[in-house]
Design a protein around this ligand. Structure first.
Ligand code: NDP
Length: 251
């Protein structure tokens, strides 16, 4: 891995021009900031999420800023079945030909509770949205990533996905799985050199999810999603070419 400081990475204007990047959970929080930031650096962004009004608002904001026309994919990752994934692949192929970036950002927290009391239904939902859906999405879109000749897949991890912590239950376990999925896929693709696969840990960031996890916290002590964009831009852009199998921190 090169010795670049991802936290201070300086992207150059138009760095992502002509790159097509799909962001899950693009309507809010960190995903929204990433989609906007990728667009500001020239990418055509595909906004995937479950709340269409949020996706439309971001779509309009990007257009009003004079940036490349984004695509919108209304999709609930908890409910989506095989036909929806295949339809997405077909429409992306038809519209753009290939895919250069895939940011798996959407996640749910579930209820934080001791394993002894973890609700089994919640466990399944968290595992599905946070781990199974990124796996299915990656597998389905893999041919489009390969066709780009230079693709970056980024999975979103968490501090509790590297060291288990009491009461983080399914969420923490799903993030351990995310790190594992990223490593396995990186190892499978490393020889090709055409697809890099990495994990990113945003660290504590001022979003709805963070507020839910820590309702009493002073939000003014937290960085905003916009403050942590440098490592995301690094992983999506040309300077991370050849960097794969890493798990990097934003803070
Ligand atoms: P938010 O809850 O603020 O945003 C999550 C986004 O994911 C929302 O747009 C949400 O949609 C979308 N989403 C949730 N469920 C689904 C679903 N079933 N289908 C489609 N989209 C869905 O979270 P953050 O921005 O805080 O988190 C982003 C990522 O960063 C997550 O992977 C999280 O685990 C990780 N992370 C965050 C940290 C933090 O401090 N914020 C710390 C460590 C990791 P909708 O708008 O409809 O709710």
């Amino acid at each position: 891995m090169n010795s670049i400081d991802h936290k201070k990475y300086q992207a150059i204007p138009d760095m992502l021009r002509d790159r097509v990047i799909l962001v899950t959970g693009a309507g809010d929080g960190i995903g929204r900031a990433c989609a906007k930031s990728f667009a500001q650096y020239g990418a055509t962004v595909i906004l995937l999420g479950r709340t269409v009004s949020k996706l439309e608002a971001l779509h309009d904001e990007i257009l009003e800023a004079g940036l490349a026309q984004p695509g919108i994919v209304p999709m609930d990752l908890l409910k989506a079945m095989a036909p929806e994934y295949l339809e997405l692949k077909d429409s992306l192929e038809k519209e753009y030909g290939c895919l250069h970036g895939l940011l798996h950002n959407a996640s749910i927290l579930g209820e934080r509770s001791p394993i002894e009391q973890q609700n089994i239904g919640t466990w399944h939902e968290v595992m599905h949205v946070n781990l199974t859906a990124p796996f299915v999405l990656t597998q389905t879109l893999f041919p489009l990533l390969r066709d780009s000749g230079d693709a970056s897949v980024v999975f979103t991890s968490s501090g509790v996905g590297r060291k288990g912590r009491a009461f983080w239950g399914a969420y923490a376990v799903s993030k351990f799985g995310t790190e594992g999925l990223s490593q396995v896929l990186a190892d499978e693709t490393s020889e090709a050199g055409k697809i890099r696969v990495n994990c990113i840990n945003p660290g504590k960031t001022r979003t709805k999810m963070r507020r839910t996890a820590y309702p009493a916290e002073d939000v003014n002590t937290l960085l905003t999603p916009e403050d942590i964009m440098a490592p995301y831009l690094y992983l999506m852009g040309p300077d991370s070419h050849g960097v794969t199998g890493q798990s990097i921190d934003c803070q």
